[in-house]
Each structure stands twice: as structure tokens, then as C-alpha cells.
Design a protein around this ligand. Structure first.
Ligand SMILES: NC(=O)c1ccc[n+]([C@@H]2O[C@H](COP(=O)([O-])OP(=O)(O)OC[C@H]3O[C@@H](n4cnc5c(N)ncnc54)[C@H](O)[C@@H]3O)[C@@H](O)[C@H]2O)c1
Length: 1609
């Protein structure tokens, strides 16, 4: 046997039981049969592995058993399980045990686990407990299982409470590692295992790590090329790649076996294998199963290495290497990796959540978390995990940081420190060492993105070899002397956002020697990189004969470069944008075919110091460049580069980075302390080394600079001088640092530096930095925007900016800085953070580019405190964008003239509380003449041009919080259309649509705008597509064509509020019961045309949370009789929606059900379906039901545009075959949860039990990591109970509907009754407390509503003389559902309550008691006040349009109710509230109670010093008022009360219906609307009902009953 199979054995727990090799199946079977004799061998595997490898085992067992003599021969059984983690369950374990028992397996059975970690863990545990333990053999088939899970004897299964919670230690008899199994393993699974391999090397074996780091391509190759004829089974047939793979696996296993042998039960040393697992497991708990274990551990390793770094235990070099190595195996290294960040579950990767999960780590000692700390590659800090404070972990995990100012400045002052190696020098030296011949040792190399991608690229180009010495501190470069080859086929060189690498490598790629295959080199980068310019360099190379193609945008990466060598000779280059182009050509020039003369053209050369630096470093590597001079001896921009080969110096020490040095030096300057930067002085090659002398010294700092060191001592804090004028062209990168200092520099500049033409002596003008607009971001704009957050004023200049210094005490605290993914922005603002409290730097990680441990150095070396901060908004940094955060972007309104843009826009602004801007008004303000006149004086084209300019200004000046209404013709010019389209990517552009007939009618009356001069219909037709193209939303200004109903202003107002609050995200119109997990319902509208249902829609929707529009059932009047599949036109659907919207503000569920899913929409009409979905999003539909069977790409696009709306990902199976407990259903659920905010799965019940398995499914699924609110229903009458118990958006019907949307559907009221019978909705008691109350209408209101909704509750009167025991007993009874409180108990009742709402608190009275059930089962009583709501709603709904926003109000009376009246008026935005009361003292007392409401006590009606009131509320009894001037004792009401031309008057008096005040109002011949006490009572009652039940009160039906009862009495 061993003659034909070569095995490497590893010993564990004293036995050589791990056998490794290739193609081992025959060996395995023989070894088992010979050494583990038994009557029965049972092989367990999963179906993936079974398909591929089970037949080989079966064949081998059959043949070997056949050779055994004697009877009975042993049995061989096999059992195949479904693949995946779900098999590691109790149910599965029981299933296997039953299988073994059924097959009469006894204690001598030998079990084989052939598969990945899932099979190993599960079968191991079954073996551990079956018959109290049977022998078992592990045959791991995944890399993870080979190197990790099979070794060590841990076995386990999962429970809904967590993974691996139940299990045992049970050592296998053998572990057979057959590396040939890896050839069939998916690449991602291989990488998953590599995470564990890298981990083991990282903690234990530096040499192993070096091999993994440098040989990733070979290791991948070993599994990618299938071995033929069992090659590798013997040493003789083993390829080099196979040898390598096996040694990596054996190396990793040996380490783990060694550790397990010393510490089997994980008491100390075995902890070490948990490196990366403390944080990795927490991440895994959130994103499993989509993201694999090894992928999470990979991220965990980097984060835990960063924890070690922040504790000063580990250097950055090790982190850089670990990062690069993991990336080389395609593993993610950050939760911002798109594979993770794009998952819905990623939202739960919050710092708090992760820390919370870590609390239950097995390694913890009590509350203390433990992390394995690396001290260098191959070694850990302790031989066990180390206790680490939560604060340190939190800082590592958080996206953002806060720099905490320290009184007296950084505590380590005077500070002496070195900064990381210069980025510019690192990039140049690295490239030169690679292009040179010989070996060079680079020290202090900056481990940045640039150096990382450059090393990867040079390896891909086979240009050099890299290795590490001194524990990674020294990079050894074996130069390739300029020999470069095209990367292997299909491999693109990916450069991320590393700008320098991109520029340098572009020319390097032209040097690649011609290849025979015709392949070319492709270099590419991330999205931002694809916008950064490279055109001038490509132009120069092209004119020199190189072939370089742009693969996407002109002038940017990606590039395809032909390998043909560089021609050379005279090269012309435009060097006014970036000096990196110049350096790129200089660096490569010695290798051109002909000697290069480089001539720089195109104006002022930018950043000369960087060019000089390149030349100086080239000299160190043996090539001397000469610069030409003109006749007068002046240097000109022409360089001669000799041909030759670079020669590597033995060692090269990289100077510290001078740009980085500016930050600690600036901290010294701003805090008045002292910092010395070793390694940078006057002899530096870097321009930024001049910062100390040329910027800090003139600002008042003491600067001492030797050749190699710089020391800065700041003046006393707050005394920095403005710089006046400074040209920063030689040190452009340092301008951000200078800007933050200038922001607090208030003392006048030094004499001679003053600016005569600036705004004041505190101005600093920085010039020479125009190139900073095209860096990682537009840095000039970035500084202007972010400084503004501190209240610092600036001015943008063509070539720089001006900053006006402000005293530190006046700077705004708590600024949250957006960094645009730019390291320099982050570090510059941390300087300001050192003196301004609570400055948050939002994207902490962007410093990784040049100073990855900046935050650690700030804390440890400089001595400021840095705290981790979790941002409240969505995860920062997932897609860094320049979009400012804060208020939602302004809304832009477009549409035909006469479509109602101004009306809708003003209303929208009022409802959102934003400002309205009319472009016509802005136009007039700017041009001092009206639009009509302008066109008259000039012409149309001139007007259009001016109009575009106005648009541009409006968008720039009002980016947020405004509603901007534009002229109808704005879409006529391409320039404006482009502006609008661009804006629509970020902010809403709303097209107001109105039927053309209405527009024509309206325009007939309007004259403000110039006439069209062409038929209006033509204009309409021409502009219509342009409006559609420019808008992101459509507001249908519906005037009722379908219903012939005239416009109802209150309905329009409500719809405007709904639409604009929703689309701006200001207050999305989603169903609250869905969001907070209560029971929720939608009504399915199954009409072919919904308009006939609209008159009684209120009745239909009673109780529900949303309305479903079954779009597939709609039919136009023309196609009314059409049966069979049908596509309703978008225009018809829009009208239907618009008509519905004017009747209800409930969210709409937009459903297009296909034929195969039980609807009537054609299955294949994909284009039409998505047209409808997109139209729905444009109209602000809240929920869109999207069937999972539509193509993923279409769904993804839709999801990306959904805004505040939500997607219901649905799946319907009518066959009756859907198994709720089957894997297929779980898979459907999982994919649906990735797309949908809500998941809907509908099956069909064949029996009652099907509903129970549905119920179990939902409880399991919604608790899982990918759980979402779930609609799960079984069709058919057998499934009715599932409709009753479903919690989220249960579809309901109504007896008035023409047909049910689906068989078995119930009405809302039926479901409530059923819930009551099932004990899910116990009956509650509601009360009215007060005295006297026998006449009250409240019982009628609430009992009518309960009855209509089918709720089992009852409302009754409880009339008492005081707030005493009766009331106490009622509110503390378990059946208590809520109470109304009226006179005289609105204050007395407060002491019985547990809390008040803010409104009740301010008003100082309670009229509603709400019991709230707490998580621990106790009940708290909350006092609220709905009186003010009743008053406000009544006023709002009746306010005449001419009043607009009411500014002045009047309250009559100063009792309890007037408090609610004042509150209501204030909440309406009323600016002046007159208060009249006969006893002036009471009025004054009330005035004092509302200090912010501007209440003015008046003694006489008509004393309107601030204008006449347009809203009036009277709170005095009607009987106390009179219109009769001769009456005595009563308050005389006079017509001066109604001086204003229009308004609303509310009389809170309940009887008579027509009070003196209301009759006086109707007598004025003006536009005064009246509100009766009964109206307010109803309105506040509706509000109470909603607060108690979470459901809207059926208003109209209730009002009818109540009014009748009121009139009867
Ligand atoms: N016991 C331990 O010490 C320990 C350690 C680490 C992980 N684990 C456990 O291991 C499990 C994960 O193991 P895994 O990553 O191997 O997962 P897995 O068993 O689910 O295998 C991954 C996938 O690869 C397929 N597969 C396996 N071998 C294949 C092959 N040779 N060719 C083609 N496909 C193949 C499987 O069918 C499965 O779909 C987890 O449950 C984890 O908790 C246990």
C-alpha cells in the first residue's frame, strides 16, 4: 500500500493519526479496513461532495470488502445530506441517529465524515454520542476542514441561539488529508480556508508566512490545474506546485496539532489559534451565511492587528504585510469591502452590536474581552489571548473618530517624533530599485496603497522580486534591470485610487518588451481613479509612438498599453497639471531605445520640487539627468536623460514624509506647544519641508531647522498671526494644514505681508494651488465646505483661496467633518480638532494612504485623546461621495406653464417647513426686469441663456431645504437639461403633471409670461419627453378627470404633504405598524377601475395600514371586458393612483402579479412590468411588490432607485408543493431578503399542519441574520388560519369589493374577531373620566369605531366626584385599554401617571391616558393631550387658500383649554397670538406659561397692533358670550374680531351648535370658515383612537353616527 502512495504523517496528541497526500481514496479504504475492523462502515457526506467523490469510495469499499474472507462480510453504508450550515442542526442529528438505529448499527460501527467542516462537525458529534461514542474518521474535503476543523477534535451543531453551542470533544481515529479534493473545491471556498492558513503562519511561523506572501500565484495554480492520472500520489509524480501546496497544508496542520497537543481543552495556548476570531466571529454572527467564516476571520485579523497597533504592541509594517497577503488570496480585509458593505445585514455591523456579540465569546474572562495580540509576523504578544478594554476595540471598529482637546495642549509636549517614510520618495525609490540591476535594501518605506499596488504591479509585470528582512522593517528588492513582461492572460493591473502608481506605471507599461502572444497590458482603478486625469501623459507617449488606448472615458484609466518598448528621442509633455507625468517619463527614460530629451510645454510647470526630487533620486541609482539652460544661463524646461541601466545601491534610507510632518508641527503651532520632527530638515528633497520656515514662522512660531531636523514652538494659544499672502506652489499638499491654521489666525500678518485688497487684517490668501482641485477630491472646495462647519468664512479664488481667521472661542463646536476619502483632509482637520471641542472626523480610515497609524500616534506619541465614534447615519465610507450630509437636498419643480408648479411648490414648502423660491422672481431680482420684458428687449435665446444661469445659481445657492420652482421652458436648452439631469442624481426633480385641457383653460387667464407664439399643444408635445427625461419624480396635479370631482384643496394639501415628505425622506410615508412590528394589514383593491370605489373608500380601508393596487387587474374603459393576460398603460395606472391619492394618504402597495404567480400580467412582459415599477417609484409609491422571478439585473436597478420607498420581494407557489421546512424555501427567503425590505412568500395549504410549519418557518427566518419583516401566507381555505396569524401586511378583503384578490382572503374585521377568539386580542376597557359627563359623545365615537373595525373593546363613562379609588382601580386593571379625561380632572389625574408626552407637559394638562406595555411585562401609564391636535387639524383643513400661512391668531379665554389652543396655534407657525380674557391677571399668567409663543394680552377686540388675526379660537362657554350690546354680564362679541378678510374661527363650546361667535362669523360678508366644538371633539377623538389602537379611526362613519346622536339630544 505504501509503495504506491506517499504519505506525510503528522502527530497529534501523541499519535501519528493525520495522513496527508494526494489521491488517497484507495489508501484510506485499505487503512480503515485493516486497522479499524468493524461489522459496519457508514460514510456520511453532503450532496456536493457526494456527487463528485462518493462513487470512488463506493467502488473502493466494494472491491476491498470483496477481498475480505469470512462471513458475514462487513457492510458499507452511505448517507448523503443536503449541503450547507443548515444541516448542522438538532433535526439533522436526530435524522442521522434514526438512520443508524434503523440500520441496526452497533457500538463497533466506524463512521466516515467525508466533506467540509459542516460534515466533520455534525458527524463528529453524532459519533461522539451515538451508543455513547463510536469510532470515526475525518476525510476533510475543503481547505478549511483540512487545516482547521478536522484537527483538534471539536465537534458541534448549531441552535437558533447561536453556532456551535452544543457539541463535544471527540478525537477521530484518523484524519486523511487528500489535497486532490481541493481541485474540485470552488475558488471562494479555497480562499476561505487560506484565511486559516495565513492566520496560523501569522501567529507562529514567519518563514511560512513569507512563503504564503510571495507564492500566492503558485499556490492558486496548484488547485487550478487538475492532476491527471493520479499524479501526486507518489513523490515521483508530484509537481512543484503540488509540493508547495502540500507543504503549506502540512505546515499549518503541524502548528495546530502542536498547539492542540499541548492544550487540548483550550485553557491558554490554544487560544492563539483564535487570532482574528474575537472580532471575526462577531462579524460572522451578523453576515453569516452569505459571508464565509474565513472571510470574516480575515477582516477580524486586520482589525485585531490594529488593536495591537493601537496598544503600541505591533508595527504598521506587519499590518501592511498581513493586509497584502490576505488580499492576495482574494480575502476581504475590511467591512467596507463591497462584498460585505452591500449586504442588507451590513447595517447591523455597528460598533455597539459587535461589542455586544463579543460579550459571549468563550475566551472572555468575565466581562473582559480577550484578543490575540500579534507582536510581529510569526509571533504573539503573549502565549495566550490578552485582555483588551472595550474602548480600544470600539475605536478600532468605528468609522469615525473624535479628537479630544487637552487643556494646555498635547500632554507629551515637548514631543520628538519621526513621521512615516515619504510617500513621494518611497514611490520613486521602490520603482527605481525594481528597474535597477542588483539588490537594494529599502528602509523606512511607507507601506501605503501606492507602494502596495506598485509592488503587486511590478510582480505581475515580472519586473522584480521582493522579500522582507528585520521582521518586515526592510524591503529587499531584487531588481529586474528593466526586464518586464505582459501580465498573464486575463489579468488586469488594478491600482485602486493610487494616483502616483497610476502615473508612474503608465510609462513603465510602455517599456514592456514585445510579446509573441499579442497580449497587451491593461491598467485600471476604482471609480474615482477613472475620473482622475492622465491625458497629457498619454498624449506625450502616443506622440512618441507608443500605443495607448482608453478603454472607458477619454483621458482617464483604464488604459490598454501595447508592449513595444519606449522609442525615446525628443518627447514633448504638457506639465501644467501634474509633475507626476514628468517624473513618470524621467524615471523610465534611460530604458528608451534612443536617448531621451524631454521638453515640457503648455505653460507654467507645476510642482518643480517633485521633478527635482525625481532627478536627485535617479542620481543615487546611477543615472544623471541634465537640465538645459538658455543663452543667458537660465534653466529651461528641457531635460536630457542618458541611456543606461540603473544600479541598485546596497541600502537606501527613505526620508520621512514632509507633508505628514506638517500636521504634528501645526498642532504645536495651534496649541502653543513644541514638536520636533527628526529626519526632516533643510536638506530635504521635499518641497513641504519648507512649511515650517515659510508658513509657521510668519504665523508667529519659533522654528529651528537644522539640515536633518525641524522644531516648532507655537505662540500662546489664540495668538497665531494671519499669513497675508502666501504662494504655496512649492508645497501644494501642505495648503490644507495652512488653511486650518489660518482659520484661527486672528492677529495681523507680519509687516510687509498684509493684503491691501482683502476683507480685513485676519485674512490669509493661499495661491499657487490650483492643482489641488484634481487630487483625491477637489481639495479647495473641500476646505471651504468643511471650514464653514466651524463658522469660518472663506473665498474661493482661481488659483487658491482666502481664509478669514476667527477667534477660537467663536468657532462652532461639534463639527462633523466629511473627508471625501482624502487622507490630507482628515489629518488637517484633526489639527483643528486639537483645540475645538467635539470635532468628528467621519472617515477615519482614509489616513491609511500615507499615515495608517496617525490616530494611534496622535494618542500615543503626541498625547491627545482619540475616541471612536459611531455615526448615526448609514455606514460612512461605503461609497465615499462628495454629497454634503445634513438637511435633505432641495426639491426642484419643473413642468408646463400652468401645471400648478407655484401652487404645489408653495404648499410643499409650507408642509415641509422649507423655503420656496420661484425662479421667475429670482430672475426679476437679478435682471431688474420681468421675464416678459426681458424677452421683449432681448430675444428668446438670450432669455434661455439667462434662465440657465439662474438655474445654476439657484442650485448652487440653495442646495438643501428649499423648494425651487422653475419656468416651463427651462427644458428647452440642452445646457439646462444637463444641469437638471445631473441634479436628479442627488436630489428630487419633480415634474408637476396636469392634464393638458386644464392647462389650456388656466393659461387663457394668465398673462405674466410671454405668449408661446406657437400652438400650445405643439409646445406640450415637444417638452413632454424632456420633462420626463429630466425628472426623478412625478407629481400628478390631478383635477379629477376620472371622477369629475372638483379639486378639493384639503385633499391636495394632504397629498402634497404625503408626496413631498416621502420623496425627500423628510418623513417617509411608511406604515408605522410595519416599522414597529405590530400587526399590519393592506386592503387589496381588485377593481378593473378603482374610481367607482372611491366614494366609499373610507369604509373599505377602515383599520388597514396600506392599500394594494392590483395593477395587473386594472383595465382601461376601452378594454373593460378583456380577460386573460393584460398590460395596463402607464398613463391609466398613473391616473388611477392619482385618483386614489386624493382619497387616502395611506401607503400604497403596488402589485403587478404575473399569470404564473396567480395574477393576470403576462409572464414575459418584463420591460412593461419594470416600466410600471419605475413609474410607481416616480410617483412616490411606498411599497412595490416585485416578484423574485424577474431578472436580477432589472430588480437591482429598481432597488438602487427606491429612495424612501420599500420593496416587497415576493414569491408565490400555487402548486401546493412548497415545503415550509424545506431548504428551497429557506433559499428563496434568503435571496428575497437580500432584495426586499419585506419578504413575501405565499404557498398553498393542503392541511392544517401546513400552517404550523409556516408559523415555525416565519419565527425561525425572522430571527435569522437575514431576517426581514415577513408576509407568509397559505392560500386556500385550509390556509385561512395563516392569514389570521400573519403579522406583517396581511392582505385583507372587504365585503364591498367585487372579488377577493386570492382564495381564502378574510376581511380586517373578520381577522380581529378571529384573533380575539384565539386569545391573541383580548378585550379591553376604555373610560371617560370627568364630571358631569352623562351627555358626552365620546362613548359613541369610540364604540362605533370599535364595532366597525371588529375590535372586541368597550368604552364607558366613569363619572366620579374626584380622582379617587375608582379611577385608580380602573387604570391599574389588566383590561385597561385607555381613557379620555375631561373637566375637571385634566390636571388632577397627572399624579397617577408614570409619564407625560412633551406636548402634555408643555400644555400642562392631560386629556388622554395610554397604557404602554414594557418589555418586562409591566405597564406604564402615559399622559397625552390631543385637544391641541383636534384644534390644529380643524384649522388646517379649513384654512382658505388666500390666508396662506397664518401669522396672527387670537385666543379668547384663559382656562385649561386655552393652553391647548395656544399650543395648537404655535404649532401652526402663528407668530403673534393675542390673548383676551375678562380677568386680565389670568391672561397674564397664561402668557408667562408660554414664554416662546409671543402671546400678547389685549384688553379690547380690535386692538390689532400687529395685524388682524386670521385664526381665532374661543374657549369660553357660549352662554358667557353675547352679540347683544345691551346685555350685561356676558362677553360682548363685536365685528372687529373679524377684521381680517379671511380666516378660520373655532368655538370650543359644545352647545349650542351655532354659538354667538360662529353666527357673527357667518354674518361678516368675508371668507371666514367656522369650526364647531363638536368638530374638534371628533378630531381629538380620532387622534385618541389612533393612539390607543394603533389604527386610524373610521372618521366618516363615526362622524355620521355622532352627528345624528348629537342632533337627537
Ligand atoms: N470544529 C472546528 O474546530 C471548526 C473550526 C472551524 C470551522 N468549523 C466549522 O466548519 C464549518 C465550515 O466548514 P466549510 O467551510 O468546510 O463548509 P462546508 O462544509 O459547508 O463546505 C463548503 C462548501 O463546499 C462544498 N465542498 C466541500 N468539499 C468540496 C469539494 N472537495 N469539492 C467541491 N465542493 C466541495 C460543500 O458541499 C459546501 O457547499 C462551519 O460550520 C464551522 O463552524 C469547525
Amino acid at each position: 500500500m505504501s509503495a504506491t502512495t506517499d504519505i506525510r504523517k503528522v502527530s497529534i496528541l501523541g499519535r501519528e493519526s493525520i495522513h496527508c497526500g494526494f489521491h488517497l481514496v484507495p489508501y484510506i479504504v485499505k487503512t480503515i479496513l485493516q486497522t479499524l475492523q468493524s461489522s459496519t462502515y457508514v460514510l456520511f457526506t453532503d450532496s456536493n461532495v457526494g456527487k463528485l467523490h462518493l462513487p470512488t469510495f463506493e467502488k473502493e469499499f466494494a472491491s476491498e470488502i470483496g477481498k475480505i474472507s469470512g462471513d458475514p462480510k462487513p457492510r458499507f453504508l452511505s448517507y448523503v445530506l443536503p449541503p450547507g450550515e443548515t444541516s448542522k442542526s438538532r433535526e439533522c442529528k436526530a435524522e442521522l441517529e434514526d438512520y443508524l438505529l434503523l440500520n441496526k448499527c452497533t457500538r463497533d460501527t466506524v463512521v466516515l465524515a467525508v466533506g467540509g467542516g459542516v460534515i466533520g462537525d455534525l458527524i463528529g458529534f453524532v459519533s461522539a454520542t451515538f451508543m455513547r461514542g463510536v469510532r470515526f474518521v475525518q476525510v476533510p474535503t475543503t481547505l478549511l476542514a483540512m487545516v482547521d476543523s478536522s484537527v483538534g477534535g471539536k465537534t458541534a451543531i448549531d441552535t437558533p441561539h447561536g453556532k456551535n453551542l452544543i457539541g463535544a470533544f471527540w478525537q477521530p481515529e484518523y484524519i486523511f488529508i487528500d489535497a486532490a479534493f481541493l481541485e474540485t473545491l470552488p475558488a471562494r471556498e479555497f480562499s476561505n480556508g487560506m484565511a486559516e492558513v495565513v492566520k496560523t503562519a501569522a501567529i507562529w511561523n514567519q518563514d511560512e508566512f513569507n512563503a504564503l506572501e510571495s507564492r500566492s500565484a503558485e499556490i492558486f495554480a496548484a488547485i487550478q490545474t487538475p492532476s491527471k492520472d493520479f499524479s501526486g500520489r507518489t513523490q515521483a509524480t508530484r509537481s512543484a506546485a503540488q509540493q508547495l501546496l502540500l507543504s503549506v497544508i502540512v505546515g499549518s496542520i503541524s502548528v495546530k496539532s502542536h498547539i492542540v497537543t499541548i492544550d487540548e481543552r483550550e485553557t491558554g495556548l490554544r487560544n492563539l489559534v483564535n487570532f482574528g476570531h474575537t472580532i471575526g466571529h462577531a462579524i460572522e454572527a451578523v453576515v453569516t451565511p452569505t459571508i464565509l467564516h474565513g472571510e470574516c476571520v480575515s477582516i477580524g485579523m486586520i482589525l485585531e492587528a490594529e488593536v495591537a497597533r493601537s496598544l503600541g504592541v505591533l508595527g504598521q509594517v506587519a499590518i501592511g504585510r498581513l493586509t497584502r497577503c490576505l488580499k492576495a488570496y482574494n480575502l476581504p480585509v475590511s467591512i467596507l469591502d463591497p462584498r460585505i458593505a452591500n449586504l442588507p445585514a451590513a447595517r447591523d455591523l455597528t460598533v455597539d452590536n459587535l461589542l455586544d456579540i463579543m460579550k459571549i465569546d468563550k475566551k472572555n474572562s468575565g466581562p473582559h474581552k480577550k484578543v490575540v495580540l500579534l507582536s510581529r509576523i510569526g509571533k504573539t504578544y503573549e502565549e495566550k489571548a490578552t485582555v483588551v478594554k472595550d474602548e480600544v476595540i470600539a475605536r478600532t471598529l468605528s468609522d469615525a473618530v473624535k479628537v479630544v482637546p487637552v487643556l494646555g495642549g498635547p500632554k507629551n509636549s515637548p514631543i520628538r517624533m519621526a513621521t512615516p517614510g515619504s510617500k513621494s520618495i518611497s514611490n520613486r525609490a521602490l520603482l527605481l530599485a525594481a528597474l535597477a540591476k542588483g539588490t537594494c535594501r529599502l528602509r523606512n518605506l511607507l507601506h501605503s496603497d501606492d507602494t502596495q499596488v506598485m509592488m503587486n504591479a511590478l510582480q505581475d509585470l515580472k519586473g522584480a522580486k521582493f522579500s522582507w528582512e528585520d521582521g518586515g522593517e526592510t524591503l529587499v528588492v531584487e531588481g529586474g534591470a528593466g526586464s518586464l513582461s505582459v501580465p498573464e492572460k486575463g489579468k488586469e493591473i488594478y491600482l485602486g485610487n493610487a494616483g502616483t502608481a497610476a502615473r508612474f506605471l503608465t510609462t513603465v507599461c510602455t517599456l514592456v518588451q514585445p510579446s509573441t502572444t499579442g497580449e497587451r497590458t491593461i491598467i485600471t482603478g476604482n471609480a474615482r481613479m477613472k475620473q482622475r486625469p492622465i491625458g497629457p501623459l498619454v498624449d506625450a507617449l502616443r506622440s512618441n509612438g507608443s500605443s495607448v488606448d482608453y478603454l472607458e472615458g477619454e483621458g482617464c484609466l483604464p488604459l490598454r498599453i501595447a508592449p513595444a518598448g519606449l522609442k525615446g528621442s525628443r518627447i514633448q509633455l504638457a506639465a501644467s497639471v501634474s509633475s507626476q507625468y514628468v517624473s513618470s517619463i524621467l524615471l523610465c527614460a534611460p530604458y528608451a531605445s534612443e536617448q531621451v530629451t524631454l521638453e515640457l510645454v503648455g505653460g507654467q510647470v507645476i510642482s518643480q520640487p517633485y521633478i527635482d526630487m525625481t532627478i536627485a533620486i535617479m542620481k543615487t541609482f546611477g543615472i544623471e539627468v541634465t537640465r538645459e539652460k538658455d543663452e543667458s544661463g537660465k534653466l529651461v524646461d528641457v531635460y536630457n536623460i542618458p541611456k543606461g541601466t540603473y544600479v541598485n545601491p546596497e541600502n537606501y534610507n527613505i526620508e520621512s514624509d514632509a507633508s505628514s510632518a506638517t500636521y504634528p508641527l501645526a498642532i504645536a503651532a495651534i496649541t502653543g506647544t513644541e514638536v520636533t520632527i527628526a529626519n526632516i530638515g533643510s536638506s530635504s528633497l521635499q518641497g513641504d519641508a519648507r512649511f515650517a520656515k515659510e508658513v509657521l514662522e510668519p504665523m508667529g512660531c519659533e522654528v529651528i531647522q537644522t539640515e536633518t531636523e525641524t522644531t516648532v514652538k507655537g505662540p500662546p494659544i489664540g495668538t497665531l498671526k494671519a499669513i497675508g499672502y502666501v504662494d504655496m506652489e512649492p508645497m501644494t499638499d501642505a495648503f490644507l494644514t495652512a488653511s486650518v491654521l489660518a482659520a484661527v489666525a486672528t492677529a495681523p500678518p507680519l509687516p510687509g505681508r498684509e493684503l491691501s485688497d482683502a476683507g480685513g487684517p485676519n485674512a490669509t490668501r493661499i495661491l499657487g494651488i490650483a492643482n489641488q482641485r484634481v487630487k483625491e477630491c477637489n481639495r479647495i472646495k473641500a476646505m471651504i465646505d468643511q471650514l464653514a462647519k466651524f463658522g469660518v468664512q472663506t473665498k474661493e479664488l482661481d488659483d487658491g483661496l482666502e481664509i478669514y481667521g476667527k477667534p477660537i472661542a467663536e468657532l462652532k463646536e461639534g463639527a462633523s467633518i466629511h473627508c471625501y476619502d482624502d487622507h490630507r483632509v482628515a489629518m488637517a482637520f484633526s489639527v483643528l480638532g486639537s483645540i475645538v471641542k467635539d470635532t468628528i472626523i467621519e472617515e477615519k480610515r482614509c489616513v491609511e494612504k500615507t499615515w495608517p497609524n496617525w490616530w494611534d500616534d496622535l494618542e500615543n506619541k503626541i498625547g491627545l485623546h482619540v475616541e471612536g465614534v459611531e455615526l448615526a447615519h448609514e455606514k460612512a465610507g461605503v461609497s465615499p461621495s462628495d454629497k454634503p450630509r445634513g438637511l435633505p437636498p432641495s426639491v426642484v419643480i419643473i413642468g408646463m406653464r400652468g401645471s400648478g408648479k407655484t401652487f404645489i411648490g408653495e404648499l410643499a414648502a409650507a408642509e415641509l417647513g422649507w423655503s420656496f423660491v420661484d425662479a421667475d422672481v429670482a430672475f426679476e431680482a437679478k435682471h431688474k426686469i420681468g421675464v416678459r420684458e426681458f424677452v421683449h428687449q432681448n430675444d428668446w435665446p438670450a432669455f434661455r441663456e439667462a434662465e440657465t444661469a439662474i438655474l445654476q445659481e439657484l442650485l448652487a445657492n440653495y442646495p438643501t431645504g428649499h423648494v425651487l420652482s422653475l419656468g416651463g421652458g427651462i427644458v428647452e436648452t440642452p445646457a439646462s437639461r444637463e444641469l437638471l439631469k445631473k441634479y436628479a442624481n442627488n436630489g428630487p426633480v419633480v415634474h408637476v403633471v396636469r392634464e393638458i385641457d386644464e392647462v389650456v383653460k388656466y393659461l387663457g387667464e394668465e398673462t405674466a409670461r410671454p405668449a408661446y407664439g406657437e400652438p400650445i399643444l405643439d409646445v406640450f408635445r415637444r417638452r413632454e419627453p424632456w420633462f420626463a427625461e429630466c425628472c426623478s419624480y412625478e407629481f400628478i396635479n390631478y383635477t379629477g378627470v376620472l371622477t369629475n370631482a372638483g379639486p378639493d384643496t384639503d385633499a391636495v394639501r394632504k397629498e402634497v404633504r404625503r408626496f413631498f415628505s416621502h420623496i425627500t425622506g423628510d418623513s417617509p410615508n411608511l406604515a408605522p405598524n410595519v416599522t414597529n412590528g405590530n400587526r399590519s394589514y393592506f386592503l387589496s383593491l381588485t377593481y378593473p377601475d378603482i374610481t367607482p370605489a372611491l366614494p366609499f373608500i373610507e369604509e373599505l380601508i377602515a383599520g388597514v395600514d396600506a392599500v394594494e393596487l392590483r395593477v395587473d387587474l386594472l383595465r382601461t374603459p376601452k378594454d373593460n371586458d378583456h380577460s386573460g393576460p393584460y398590460v395596463p398603460p402607464v398613463s391609466f395606472v398613473s391616473q388611477q393612483l392619482a385618483a386614489l391619492r386624493l382619497k387616502t394618504s395611506l401607503p400604497v402597495v403596488f402589485t403587478v402579479r404575473t399569470v404564473s404567480q396567480g395574477g393576470s400580467f403576462p409572464d414575459k412582459a418584463e420591460k412593461e412590468a419594470f416600466e410600471l415599477f419605475h413609474a410607481a417609484l416616480r410617483m412616490g409609491v411606498e411599497y412595490i411588490d416585485v416578484e423574485m422571478c424577474w431578472p436580477k439585473k432589472q430588480i437591482d436597478t429598481l432597488v438602487s432607485r427606491k429612495g424612501a420607498s420599500q420593496i416587497i420581494a415576493s414569491w408565490h407557489d400555487w402548486s401546493g408543493n412548497l415545503q415550509w421546512d424545506g431548504k428551497a424555501t429557506t433559499d428563496i427567503y434568503r435571496s428575497a431578503s437580500e432584495i426586499g425590505d419585506i419578504v413575501k412568500i405565499v404557498g398553498k395549504a393542503n392541511n392544517l399542519e401546513d400552517n404550523f410549519s409556516l408559523y415555525n418557518f416565519v419565527s425561525r427566518a425572522s430571527k435569522s441574520a437575514y431576517g426581514k419583516p415577513t408576509i407568509a401566507i397559505n392560500m386556500g381555505t385550509e390556509g385561512q388560519i395563516s392569514r389570521i396569524l400573519n403579522k406583517t401586511l396581511s392582505p385583507v378583503t372587504h365585503p364591498l369589493l367585487p372579488s377577493k384578490a386570492a382564495p381564502g382572503q378574510l376581511s380586517f374585521s373578520q381577522i380581529q374577531k378571529a384573533l380575539n377568539l384565539l386569545g391573541q386580542l383580548p378585550a379591553q376597557q376604555f373610560y371617560l373620566f370627568g364630571n358631569p359627563i352623562s351627555q358626552s359623545m365620546s362613548p359613541t365615537i369610540h364604540n362605533t369605531a370599535f364595532q366597525i373595525l371588529g375590535l372586541p373593546h368597550h368604552y364607558q363613562l366613569l363619572e366620579t366626584t374626584s380622582v379617587g379609588d375608582e379611577i385608580k382601580a380602573a387604570i391599574r386593571s389588566p383590561q385597561f385599554g385607555g381613557a379620555s379625561v375631561t373637566i375637571p380632572f385634566k390636571l388632577d389625574v397627572i399624579h397617577l401617571l408614570d409619564g407625560l408626552t412633551a406636548q402634555a407637559e408643555t400644555i400642562g394638562a392631560v386629556n388622554t391616558i395610554i397604557p404602554q406595555r414594557n418589555a418586562d411585562g409591566t405597564v406604564s401609564l402615559l399622559g397625552d393631550n390631543t385637544d391641541w391636535l383636534g384644534i390644529r387639524e380643524c384649522i388646517k383643513s379649513r384654512l382658505p387658500a388666500s390666508v396662506g400661512k397664518p401669522k396672527v391668531g387670537l385666543v379668547i379665554g384663559a382656562g385649561g383649554t386655552s393652553r391647548a389652543a395656544i399650543y395648537a396655534l404655535k404649532s401652526l407657525g402663528v407668530e403673534v397670538i393675542y390673548l383676551f380674557n375678562r380677568t386680565k391677571a389670568s391672561a397674564e399668567k397664561l402668557q408667562q406659561a408660554f414664554p416662546s409663543a409671543n402671546v400678547q394680552v389685549i384688553e379690547q377686540f380690535g386692538q390689532w397692533s400687529q395685524g388682524a388675526p386670521s385664526v381665532i379660537v374661543s374657549t369660553v362657554p357660549a352662554s358667557a358670550t353675547t352679540l347683544d350690546s345691551s346685555a350685561t354680564g356676558a362677553l360682548l362679541l363685536v365685528s372687529a374680531i373679524f377684521s381680517a378678510p379671511a380666516g378660520v374661527v373655532v368655538d370650543m363650546a359644545y352647545r349650542p351648535a351655532l354659538t354667538p361667535l360662529l353666527s357673527l362669523a357667518s354674518e361678516t360678508k368675508k371668507d371666514w370658515r367656522t369650526v364647531r366644538g363638536l368638530d374638534v371633539l371628533l378630531e381629538q377623538g380620532y387622534a385618541q383612537f389612533a393612539l390607543w389602537t394603533g389604527r386610524a379611526c373610521p372618521r366618516r362613519a363615526v362622524a355620521e353616527v355622532v352627528t345624528k346622536a348629537y342632533e337627537r339630544n
